[in-house]
Structures are given as C-alpha cells and as structure tokens.
Design a binder for this molecule. Sequence first.
Ligand code: FES
Length: 419
Amino acid sequence: MHEGEALTAKKGEPLMVTLLAHGIDTASRSIKYHRPRGAFCMNGSCGQCWMRIDDLPNRPACLTPAVEGRSIGRQNAFPSADVDLFRAADLVFGGGFDHHRLATTPLSPLNAIMQGTARQLAGLGELSEQTPGPAPRVVEQEERLVIVGSGPAGLAAALEARALSPLVLEARESIGGQLRSGLFSDVPELAGLKDQALRTLGDRLWCRAAAVGLYRDERGPQLLVKKREESGERLVVIRPQQVILATGGYEQSLLFGDNDLPGHYGVRALAELMLVHGVAPGSRLVIHDGGAELGPRLYQTLKQRGLDCQLLDRSTKILRAEGRSRVKGLELEQGGQVRKLDCDVIASSLPTAPAYELAQQAGASLAFKPGRGFVVVADSKGHTEVPWLRVAGELAGADSALAAAASGKSAALGLGETA
Ligand code: FES
C-alpha cells in the first residue's frame, strides 16, 4: 500500500521500482527547501529515496523489497509529497537562506516562532510509535576468506581463490554488480563470470547480506554483516582470516542547476531500472557521457531496442534542468550556443567514487585520486598495509569492468594455494 493506494508489484522487486512502474517518481521531500526527491543511485547510497516503510522512517526504497501487505509512505511533506506547502521555502528563498541567522535577534517574537518551527521541521521523518521487537539473534562464525562485493572484481577474486571456499557477501538481491545489466555480454572475460560463480560457489554466495563494519579486536578481524532473511534481519559476526574488499563505487552526479530533480539518475541506476527490472522511468532519455564506460554501452543498447535516447558528449555542458517537480527538459551549452533539449530522464555517466569506508575502518590508508575521490593505498596486487586485508576493483583504482575483474583475480592470487 502506498499512501492508501494498493500497488501491484513483482514479488521481491525494490519498492522504488514498483513506484516508478506506477509513475510515482517523488519519494520524499528535502529537509530544508522541501524540494522533491527521487531515486538517483538505486544502490542505497545517495539517500534520495528514503521513505517510511512499515511505519519505520528513512528506509531506502531502492533496496527494500516489495512484499505483500507492506505499507510505504513519503516523508517530510505536508499535506503530501505531491503538494507540499513547505515547498514555499524554496520559492520564497530562491537565493537560499541562512537558517543559523534568520530571525535570530534575541528576545524577538519572530525568533521564538522561528526556533519552534525549526525544531518541528528538523530531522528526517518521524519516529515510530511501535514498541521495538526483541533484538535479532546474533550468530558468529569463522571463515578463512570473505570477499565483500560480487561485481566483476569480487567474482573474479572468488573464482581465483575457490580452493578456500570463500564466502562472498552481496547486499543486493542477486550477484553481479554492474554485470547484472547484461551490458558486458560482448566481453568474453566478463560474459560468463556470474554463471561460473553460481556454479562454483553455490551457497557460499550470500545475497541480501550487507557488510556494515570491519574492525580488529583482541581476537582478530571481525566483520559485521546485516543479513536479510524471510524471517527478518539478523546480525552475523564473521571472524575471517583474510578479507578482500571489492565494494565498488558510488555514482557521482554531474553538476548543473536543479540536478536534484527526480528524473536525474546515475547511469548504473538507469541500466538497473531498464535492463534488470524492465521499468523505464521516462520515454525521452538522455545520457551524458562523462567518462564512465557504461554510458555509451547503455545508449547503444537502448537505441538497438528502438527507444528515444540521446548521448551527449563531454563538449556539451548541461546548464540546468527544467521542470518544477521533475525533469522536463535541459538547457545546454555547446560551442558557445545555448539550446533547449526536450527530455524526461537525464543520466550522469561519470566515473564512480570508490566505496572505501570498510577499508578505512579496518585501518587501511587512503589517497586522493583526482576525478575519482579517495582510493585505498595498496600495491599492484591489492595488498594494503593491513596484513589480512586486500582490495580490488574500483577500490583499488580500476576504471573499467574488465580492469576490475583483473584486479580481483590479482588480489586473490596465491590465496587458494594455502588451502
Ligand atoms: S539510496 Fe535509494 S536511490 Fe539512492
């Protein structure tokens, strides 16, 4: 149920997919200006799709599966996310406002009103009235090798080290990362990777298992895993001898005016929606090629399917998106000329920013790489300065799916021989 209306969904598909399939692209409102918020990453990392789900606030609709009887609602809006009266803040303060100084004169009645209003508005969503159930059971297990992430790097590492029977953790419903879209089926080294891993590793592939912490205590390394099962979530504490992190990266957003409007996606998210779930979030699609290999690949595939899709090269600058509640077009600058482009979806195709958090928690050092963000300091085989930790793929600086797979294989070299 979405705000009192029953929606049909494929069992297990992410709720955000269900909403988009029903033409709903506003998931919530932003906290300060109450601007509409819609999915950007479809990967749980941007925070744009947080909704109230089964009466709990701030749950990612892009990762939460559709289940019969589940209730979802949009938050931070009054009276509704479609018609939000607080949107007036964005219209009245078009140039921005400084909430630290607005009406802060001591003893001013305005100040008291402003403070009260700010307290009411602060925070995302509202806490649930439900009494929390008992904490889920915690189980602990020992592993020789755990690989976090099942994209090309993680799968290549797992296959290389298969003699150790590694445990592979994947936060999503299925393995493959960017291979899930099928956009690399023409690359022999990548085309069969998923199937080979499924055949070889079987139940050592854990889907719906998110690694949320990686530390060392007096007993050695421990990896905390939030595992989603039919009966609910549970916490698994893994004691690994070795860990390979292949956690991939976060999609980055191209900078242009009103780039936060629903209808602006990362290119992986658009591929996920259209090719994995078969849901088109619009009918006039534009992909801006900012250097990630997926942009041109997705464009070719969508064109072959006869869809209305354009690829903008890097010489085209997007000045701003048009539309009040979602993208309805773009204003572009090319060769000194400004022109309008009619579209309802724009996808940024930029190199990802490595997801380094677990490596940093474990004690690895980071180095800034221009255009990418922070990568983990490691040698050419992915060995970090933490003896039990190796990194692979985007985390180690790989800039293509093929390079990620090669780096995964390299990071696992030699591990299987110690079995
Ligand atoms: S967190 Fe859900 S779309 Fe980014």
